[in-house]
Design a protein around this ligand. Structure first.
Ligand code: COA
Length: 138
């Protein structure tokens, strides 16, 4: 297995993984091929996959506005969880953000994804109770 930068050609296998991993919030954003390809094009150094040849094992999408970093789609194949792959993916993104002088990273977890929340808390991420997230469709 290798961790390498994600390319648009990874989309189908990544999407298949996202549908098999509980806790992903695929409905709330543009997760089409075009949407993900655009994210990769704009953030080519911070989107990664863990793959064993054609087998997609894990993904993480990092993006930045130049000031703050965001992490999306942290997912590891249920059969491969608990071996440090999720940690390795996060480390790759964080290292690149650091090189890009990004000093703060945020991410979203669906409110009822208790395992996901536990995971991030255990990895040292802070929960914000002073912010309410708002969005709007354009
Ligand atoms: C969260 C997820 C990406 C972790 O991937 P992983 O490869 O299993 O993670 P790791 O093996 O690197 O585990 C790192 C640590 O977190 C812990 N951990 C992993 N999954 C956990 C969970 N569900 N609950 C609590 N702790 C968890 C591990 O025990 C490990 O602890 P250690 O570093 O002390 O050994 C994976 O479980 C997943 O895909 N979950 C479903 C999707 C999801 O919820 N994504 C995150 C929300 S956006």
């Amino acid at each position: 297995m290798e961790i390498r930068k994600m390319i648009p050609d990874d989309y189908e296998r990544a999407y298949d993984l996202w549908t098999r991993v509980p806790g992903m919030n695929l409905a709330s954003l543009d997760n089409s091929y075009a949407g993900i390809a655009r994210m990769i094009q704009r953030n080519p150094e911070t989107c990664f996959v863990a793959a064993d040849h054609d087998r997609m094992i894990g993904t993480i999408l990092g993006g930045t506005d130049g000031r703050k970093g965001f992490i999306y789609h942290t997912a590891v194949d249920p059969k491969e969880q608990g071996q440090g792959i999720g940690t390795a993916l996060i480390d790759r993104v964080c290292a690149q953000f650091k090189r890009d002088e990004i000093t703060k990273i945020g991410l979203f977890v669906v409110i009822n994804n208790e395992e996901g929340k536990q995971f991030w808390r255990q990895k040292g991420w802070n929960f914000r109770d002073d912010i309410v997230y708002l969005d709007r469709d354009l």
